[in-house]
Design a protein around this ligand. Structure first.
Ligand code: HEM
Ligand code: HEM
Length: 125
């Protein structure tokens, strides 16, 4: 998987843009914009961030091969679906999911921290 990790990020990003746009169309058709934060983050954490990360790893294969890159991948891939599901439930009034959402937020945030460390430690001019 390591050699192609950039491609995998981009393929998963392509799935998220379809989901994000689907939700946008659903909101528009129903004239109910309550889920706009879910739509925004499916598009921005799912599509935009993942596609950018994938392109960066394609451009710089050396940093794509680090253990940090793999750990970042799994934290982001496991955290984001939980985060989006919990955010949806919270918006629908299930306040009990707040702590789980908080943990998922931190997991996704941690993925970006690993990216930061990877870029600063391993990206060379
Ligand atoms: C056909 C594609 C899309 C449709 C139909 C759509 C539809 C919508 C709708 C109905 C809203 C809610 C507006 C409101 O609350 O007043 C919205 C908000 C938003 N959309 Fe989309 N969208 C699309 C694509 C995208 C894409 C590709 C992105 C990002 C890459 C994006 C980012 C956002 C953001 C950040 C917001 C929140 C704006 C705010 O909080 O004011 N959307 N979109
Ligand atoms: C773990 C990661 C993230 C967390 C926990 C987070 C959290 C939040 C929160 C709490 C809000 C306010 C929502 C509201 O007022 O209803 C928000 C809004 C927003 N965030 Fe994020 N965010 C994250 C990542 C990102 C990223 C990576 C981007 C862009 C690439 C982004 C773009 C936005 C935008 C455009 C809005 C305003 C749109 C809206 O409210 O629908 N966020 N975010």
């Amino acid at each position: 998987m390591q050699g192609n990790i950039g491609i995998i990020w981009i393929k998963i990003a392509a799935v998220y843009i379809v989901l994000g746009i689907g939700l946008g169309i659903y909101m528009g058709v129903n004239e109910n914009f309550a889920l706009h934060p879910v739509h925004a983050h499916v598009n921005l954490l799912g599509w935009v961030s993942m596609a950018l990360i994938g392109l960066i790893y394609q451009q710089f294969p050396l940093i794509a091969q680090s253990g940090l890159s793999r750990a970042q991948f799994w934290l982001h891939q496991l955290g984001l679906p939980v985060q989006m599901l919990m955010l949806t439930l919270l918006i629908q009034g299930n306040t009990a999911v707040g702590p789980v959402l908080g943990i998922a937020d931190i997991v996704v945030g941690a993925a970006f921290l690993l990216f930061l460390v990877n870029v600063f430690r391993n990206l060379k001019a």
